[in-house]
Design a binder for this molecule. Structure first.
Ligand code: UGA
Length: 434
């Protein structure tokens, strides 16, 4: 079993640390945010992620998972130190690596003997080189520190399952010793291991996220054509997805991607390509299609209601995707602001994030269920595909609405279902039910 320190208890750090402990390793998670560490030490978690709190509690109890604000306490006994701090976007789109740099310095300060320093956060290619040059600049004669890259591919909302059942494990290494350590670390997981140099491993992460975002923008572009010619994007993506070379996943048309990863990573990838002399125009188009897609839904609401001023609009779903409380780059926030600026009166319901959004947009009335949002609404707008929305009682919803209009940004209902229940229904890339 390995002794591991994970620096940074954000999404990736906390899930990775907890799952390493679940695999039997001894893990110390470090974060400079005392409030977060206090929450974790009291057996709770600072984010919403299904199943995570139970795993944290279990592994804490077994003595395999600890939380501290002291980087020294984490680094001293550990052979492997993961850097999982955040790498936010800077104004020009490039990744802010100051937290990576600062934690590297701290790790070096407290290192003695051999340490394997592993990049877990998503970082631009060549970050490993920068870490190595800062290691040699700091100089610590008591320690031998090697650098590796081990990008993470988990998704919010299904993070534990993704971590423990990955499609592949990617490690970028520079020595047999570091390869052996990382192979031993992951030996319990049944997944192919791709061993590369550090730069290729770094690139695999940005290239994968960008490709997934590209699939989403591609299907959204197809959805726009479908709307113009009267075709159904659901049938088109189904027909495409059966081709194994294309694959069926990430072909759901909607209001575009959000979250803390795709928007940030695509901007950073465009920037790093540019800095290295390549104009990544393909990804710029992906970005443009995505930002246009968000506002398409506002146009659809306006077209349907003619004028949104003083109309009651009910919003269902606020988080950027279901099963998470993450609001970073959530399309719902932009869409609500656009509607408010046009004078609409908004009620909203999200199963998890009502209170969080209330602090950002206090002008909205937040309700506790679907039916209170639907009451007297001129239109109901679906922005996140939470399961509870799929199961709503359509008859009841229709009976309380001012006019039976549903604008669905996630295509959760079939056209037949809407027609049968007497709704006027506008979705993405499919013919409207009038
Ligand atoms: C994404 C990647 O899927 C993970 O592999 C990666 O590890 C993670 O970023 C990261 O870099 O940390 P995540 O952002 O949690 O994960 O969520 P996704 O499930 O990928 O969804 C991203 C966005 O795409 C959401 O807004 C979702 O609604 C949208 N989406 C997804 C679509 O609009 N259509 C689809 O078909 C799929």
């Amino acid at each position: 079993m390995k002794k591991i320190c994970v620096v940074g208890t954000g999404y990736v750090g906390l899930v990775s640390g907890t799952c390493f402990a679940e695999m039997g390793h001894h893990v110390i998670c470090v974060d400079k945010d005392k409030n977060k560490i206090d929450i974790l030490n009291s057996g709770h978690i600072p984010i919403y992620e299904p199943g995570l709190e139970e795993l944290v509690k279990k592994n804490k109890k077994l003595g395999r998972l600890k939380f501290t604000t002291s980087i020294e306490e984490g680094v001293t006994p550990s052979e492997i130190v993961f850097i999982a701090v955040n790498t936010p976007s800077m104004e020009d789109g490039s990744a802010d690596l100051s937290f990576v740099e600062a934690s590297t310095r701290e790790v070096v300060r407290f290192s003695k003997g051999y340490k394997l320093l592993v990049e877990k956060s998503t970082v631009p290619v060549q970050t490993g080189d920068r870490i190595k040059s800062s290691l040699s600049a700091i100089r610590n004669s008591k320690a031998t520190i090697e650098v590796a890259s081990n990008p993470e591919f988990l998704r919010e909302g299904s993070a534990i399952k993704d971590f423990l059942n990955p499609d592949r494990i990617v490690i970028g290494v520079e020595s047999k010793r570091s390869e052996k350590i990382l192979r031993e670390l992951y030996q319990k997981l049944k997944a192919p291991m791709i061993v590369t140099d550090i730069k290729s491993a770094e690139l695999i992460k940005h290239a994968s996220n960008s490709f997934l975002a590209l699939k989403i923008s591609y299907i959204n572009a197809i959805a726009n054509i479908c709307e113009k010619v009267g075709a159904d994007v659901g049938r088109v993506s189904q027909g495409m997805g059966f081709d194994k070379r294309i694959g069926a996943s990430f072909l759901n048309a909607g209001i575009g991607y959000g979250g803390s990863c795709f928007p940030k990573d695509i901007a950073a990838f465009i920037k790093i390509a540019d800095q290295n002399g390549y104009d990544f125009s393909l990804l710029k188009a992906v970005q443009k299609i995505n930002s246009d897609q968000r506002l398409q839904i506002v146009k659809k609401i306006e077209e349907k209601l003619w004028n949104v001023k003083d109309k009651n609009i009910g919003i269902l779903g606020l988080s950027f995707k279901p099963d998470t409380d993450d609001l970073r780059n959530a399309p719902a926030l932009d869409i609500i602001q656009a509607l408010l600026s046009k004078g609409a009166k908004i009620k909203a319901f999200d199963p998890i994030v009502n209170n969080k959004v209330k602090k950002i947009i206090p002008q909205v009335e937040y309700m506790d269920d679907i039916y209170s949002v639907a009451k007297h609404a001129h239109a109901l707008v679906i922005l996140t595909e939470w399961n509870v929305f799929r199961k709503m009682n359509l008859k009841k919803v229709r009976s309380v609405m001012e006019s039976p209009v549903i604008i669905d940004g996630r295509n959760i209902f079939s056209l037949e279902q809407m027609e049968k229940n007497g709704f006027s229904y506008v979705s993405v890339g499919r013919p409207a039910v009038v």
